[in-house]
Design a binder for this molecule. Structure first.
Ligand code: NAD
Length: 499
């Protein structure tokens, strides 16, 4: 049993609230640690210390702040194995997937090495007689990041790297289910030269989150998690006058046209549907083949691939395909949804409910599950399952398939597999979803673009990482200056000849 402590002013600090949450090893089902849950008073104290540190940090020139990011990137690479091991032990994902989680965060740190460029302002020379205008981007002060369990390195890095390199201090409230990675990252940032107090990691649950939302010093909240909580946080943060960007859940569809390369589409679906046990906001959870022949062929190709999937603990080796779900509660919820699909008339092609692994009988595993003939009224279609369950909804035409995606409440990611450029262009142009893949199942944009969904997958303005993150974590000040003339005319600017 270990205890995960807060990271305050450059030190691990024991919680004072007396409240803890269990941290599970999802593969064995055992409680392996406990994490302190901060009280509002502890949260407020961390914010005040962050505010004190931020004033000096904002005065450090952007290039020096960027150098901290450069060093930080090197240290993340140095400790990649250690970080991945910690991450997998609390989350359950495979080690190669944990390294991918860290890598996609590291890439955002790399972009933040360009902070001086991102923070450059605008300038208008001679906007009027003797008048120049310039705009500068200044940090907000203390900002908060509230992050989900499913990417314990990537999403904290998406939040903290742009915020800090823009000159803010951040109070990070990571998921209480996967809390350790954030503290390790904070230690690496200290080693990279970040002054103490600029990053505070405060663990907690709703109590700590509400304290963030009600704290007057906190200027902005970057949240990632489920849609109901995203909407709640957006509303309360905005009511309290804070900037908020809150990214929520998803139900990502992949359309498979009759002309698609079916083998590649099936490979893509298996990876995007079952990777990380389906606990990804960019997982494909709905396959939409167009035409019955396409649908039949797809099932025929999916089944043998699904049967070959290797499910187990992260310690089982790098050829493992996916691990357990995050908690016993999540496992029971997913199994319940699978049963509801059966009850509501979907065809259960492969059933993961009875999956058992010798030696890991108490682990939170669900086997890969495939449904066919799913319809939009069913719970398995309406809810974000967040488990290894792929639903096939048959569409009669491209327009029907597109309509299904358009009518869905969520709009995080979507994909189309086709051999026809015109269909792909039409889809990319018309679909009301934030991130689109063409023959690409999980279109998470690279770190110098930006990440964000539409509809109920995101509340607020501006995307995560890339240039948008620097806009979110800074505010614009515009200076109009006029210098009166006739001063220089009065001076003498030529060498006087000696008399
Ligand atoms: P969650 O909403 O349960 O928790 C997210 C964060 O909110 C955690 O830090 C948690 O402590 C806090 N929280 C939970 N309940 C709260 C409450 N009642 N009041 C205040 N704070 C609360 O989400 P999760 O289960 O950790 O993560 C999975 C969800 O995140 C999925 O819905 C997934 O789609 C989504 N997600 C979205 C993105 C994206 O970028 N859109 C990325 C990753 C995950």
């Amino acid at each position: 049993m270990y205890e995960v402590e807060h990271w305050i002013n450059g030190q691990r600090v024991k919680g004072a609230s007396g409240r803890f949450a269990d941290v599970y090893n999802p593969a064995t089902g055992e409680v392996q640690g406990k994490v302190s849950l901060a009280s509002p008073a502890e949260l407020d104290a961390a914010v005040n210390k962050a505010a004190a540190a931020q004033a000096d940090w904002a005065r450090v020139n952007p290039q020096r702040r960027a150098r901290v990011m450069m060093k930080f990137a090197q240290l993340i690479e140095r400790d990649m194995d250690k970080l991945a091991e910690t991450l997998s032990r609390e989350h359950g994902k495979t080690l190669p997937d944990a390294k991918g989680d860290i890598q996609r965060g590291l890439e955002v740190v790399e972009v933040c090495m360009g902070a001086p460029h991102m923070l450059k302002g605008e300038y208008t020379d001679s906007g009027g007689p003797g008048i120049d205008l310039y705009s500068m981007r200044q940090p907000l002060g203390v900002v908060a990041g509230i992050t989900p369990f499913n990417f314990p390195a990537m999403i904290p890095l998406w939040k903290l790297a742009p915020a800090i390199s823009a000159g803010n201090a951040m109070v990070l409230k990571p998921s209480e289910r996967t809390p350790s990675t954030s503290v390790m990252l904070a230690e690496l940032l200290q080693e990279a030269g970040l002054p103490d107090g600029v990053l505070q990691v405060v663990h907690g649950d709703k109590e700590a989150v509400d304290a963030i939302l009600d704290n007057d010093v906190v200027q902005a909240v970057g949240f990632v998690g489920s849609t109901p909580i995203a909407q709640y946080i957006y509303g309360r943060a905005a009511a309290n006058g804070k900037r908020a960007q809150c990214f929520g859940g998803a139900k990502n569809h992949m359309i498979i046209m009759p002309d698609a390369d079916m083998e590649k589409a099936a490979d893509a679906l298996v990876g995007a549907g079952y990777g990380a046990a389906g606990e990804r906001c960019m997982a494909i959870s709905v396959a939409v083949p167009v035409g019955h022949e396409t649908a039949d062929r797809l099932v025929e190709l999916l089944v043998p691939r699904i049967e070959k999937l290797k499910v187990g603990p992260y310690t089982a080796g790098d050829d493992l395909d996916y691990g357990p779900l995050i908690t016993g509660q999540a496992m029971e919820r997913v199994k319940g949804l699978i049963s509801s699909g059966v009850d509501q008339g979907a065809t259960l092609v492969t059933d993961g409910r009875d999956f058992k692994l010798q030696g890991y009988e108490n682990g939170f595993f669900v086997g890969p599950t495939l449904f066919d003939n799913v319809t939009p009224e069913m719970d398995i279609y309406r809810e974000e399952i967040f488990g290894p369950v792929l639903s096939q909804v048959r569409a009669a035409s491209y327009e029907d398939a597109l309509g299904l995606v358009m009518d869905n409440d969520y709009g995080n990611g979507t994909a189309i597999f086709t051999a026809d450029g015109d269909t792909a262009r039409d889809f990319a142009s018309r679909v009301n979803v934030g991130m689109v893949g063409i023959n690409f199942p999980i279109p998470v944009p690279l770190s110098y673009h930006t990440f964000g969904g539409w509809k109920k997958s995101a509340f607020g303005d501006l995307n995560q990482y890339g240039p948008d993150a620097f806009r979110f974590y800074t505010r614009t000040k515009t200076v109009t200056s006029r210098w009166f003339s006739h001063v220089k005319e009065g001076g003498e600017f030529h060498f006087k000849a000696m008399d």
